[in-house]
Design a protein around this ligand. Structure first.
Ligand SMILES: Nc1ncnc2c1ncn2[C@@H]1O[C@H](COP(=O)(O)OP(=O)(O)O)[C@@H](O)[C@H]1O
Ligand SMILES: [Mg+2]
Length: 325
């Protein structure tokens, strides 16, 4: 394995676990190497931990970043994972990665995430709880499909990192953590559902879960956005970088309603991931149908308008056909 001795040039990020580097295996494949900062090799590999690592390396899904291995040597801890080349969802929402994401991209990304996480929750050996669903753990491919990173890793992270504004036992990222888990220290798959709900709101508003720079009413994005939706003002909460057609607004309202269910304070009233998938599929189906209808209607209106002018009659019929076919 080569990372050119962890040179600055190969550094791709910094997170809870430590620094992330780009590396190359002898067979030429590119990987990401997560290198733990020193002085946190406090624990030896317990049997339980080893079995967890073994489970993670068996897990395989199109929408999950493949876990390739774990190494511990002297004062180094390394996690090797598949490299995903188009940046994190957060970078895209921040406009750091070219064209902004349209609603249809965002909906596809949400569906990819839900597929990955429901796969983890239904994993045959035993359910795997992700524990750290957030926008920087969603990596995108060139086709803007999502791969979920760092499932089950939260346990490998050191205690008391800055990102964890909670008790030493609870792991996760501020703004995404299930309040019932914080209170009871008991983790279930519905804790992931809560984080997913926060992420859905982030995806539609473009805002971070906690917006420190804003006034009191807008600081907690989920609360603010869901309140707007309740008041019938979903449009106000929507990321201004998204095109807003009536089909988009109608679909956004439905996704927000799902986010409200996912972030219910009471864990028992949150839907399972499987159910979230069904809801999002149905929203996507209706959205696509509505969009096709709108395109056809616009083309028909265009054709009608041009019919007064005999010269464009022919071409407008052609464009109508191609847009509905
Ligand atoms: N497998 C990967 N492929 C490409 N980039 C990655 C990968 N894993 C992490 N990164 C990048 O490195 C950054 C830091 O990752 P990480 O240590 O997991 O912290 P966090 O998820 O909290 O941002 C991420 O935000 C992402 O931009
Ligand atoms: Mg990460």
């Amino acid at each position: 394995m080569a990372t050119s001795s962890f040179s600055e040039q190969n550094k791709i990020g910094l997170g809870n676990f430590g620094t992330v580097y780009k590396g190359k295996l002898r067979d030429g494949s590119i990987i990401a190497v997560k290198r733990a900062t020193k002085n946190m090799y406090d624990r030896h590999l317990s049997a339980e931990f080893k079995s967890e690592i073994q489970t993670l390396s068996k897990v395989e899904h199109l929408n999950l970043v493949k876990f390739l291995g774990y190494l511990e040597h002297e004062d180094e801890r390394l996690i090797l994972v598949e490299y995903v080349n188009n940046g994190s969802l957060r970078e895209h929402l921040d406009g750091l990665r070219g064209e902004s994401l349209e609603f249809s991209h965002r909906l596809n990304i949400a569906i990819d995430i839900v597929h990955a996480v429901s796969y983890l929750h239904g994993y045959t050996d035993r359910p795997i709880i992700h524990r750290d669903i957030k926008s920087s753990n969603i990596l995108l491919t060139d086709q803007l499909r999502a791969k979920v990173a760092d499932f089950g890793f939260a346990r490998l992270a050191p205690d008391n990192t800055e990102a964890t504004h909670v008790s030493t036992m609870v792991k996760g990222t501020a703004g995404y953590v299930d309040p019932e888990y914080m209170r009871t220290n008991h983790l279930t798959d519905r804790s992931d559902v809560y984080s997913f709900g926060v992420l859905l709101v982030e995806l539609l508003t473009g805002r971070r879960p906690i917006e420190r720079g804003r006034g009191r009413r807008q600081r907690l994005t989920t609360q603010w956005a869901l309140r707007k939706c309740q008041d019938g003002d979903a449009v106000v909460a929507m990321d201004t970088r998204m095109r807003r057609t009536s089909a988009v607004v109608a679909a956004v309202e439905r996704v927000m309603a799902l986010a409200a269910e996912c972030t219910a304070p009471d864990r028992a009233s949150r839907p399972a991931m499987r159910r979230c998938a069904e809801v999002l599929w149905s929203i996507r189906r209706d959205f696509q149908e509505e969009q096709q209808r709108a395109t056809a209607a616009a083309a028909a209106a265009g054709a009608g308008a041009r019919r007064h002018d005999g010269s464009t009659y022919g071409p407008s019929i052609t464009s109508l056909r191609s847009s509905t076919g």
